[in-house]
Design a protein around this ligand. Structure first.
Ligand code: FES
Length: 110
């Protein structure tokens, strides 16, 4: 069985983020992808505060220092590694993770 290929790893610059859509369980979902070296973290692009997409500008999800995922709506900050909100109006809640793997230079739904 082949898994869904989302993009090439190099389509996401190291330490940067990207947005895309992928079909999960038969429905399209907007995704947040963040690259850290050979690792990619993925979440559903829906803020646990009010369910809005996090990015005002498509694909821009990170704080200026690139250390956190930022929600552009009300400034919530989420840890890249596990999606936990550590600042803003939804502290303690988390982005919904999407399991992905990197192999053969591509990023795939796991
Ligand atoms: S919608 Fe994300 S902080 Fe309000």
């Amino acid at each position: 069985m082949s898994s869904t290929r989302l993009c090439a790893l190099d389509d996401i610059e190291n330490t940067e983020s990207a947005g895309m859509e992928a079909e999960i369980d038969g429905r399209p979902h907007p995704l947040i992808l963040v690259r850290r070296g050979e690792t990619v973290y993925a979440y559903i692009n829906s803020c646990p505060h009010i369910g809005a997409p996090l990015d005002f500008k498509p694909g821009w999800f990170l704080t200026l220092d690139k250390s956190m995922i930022n929600c552009a709506n009300h400034g919530a900050h989420f840890r890249i590694e596990d999606g936990l909100c550590v600042a803003g109006p939804c502290v303690g809640k988390s982005l919904k993770p999407v399991p992905v793997i990197v192999k053969d230079g591509g990023v795939f739904l796991a």
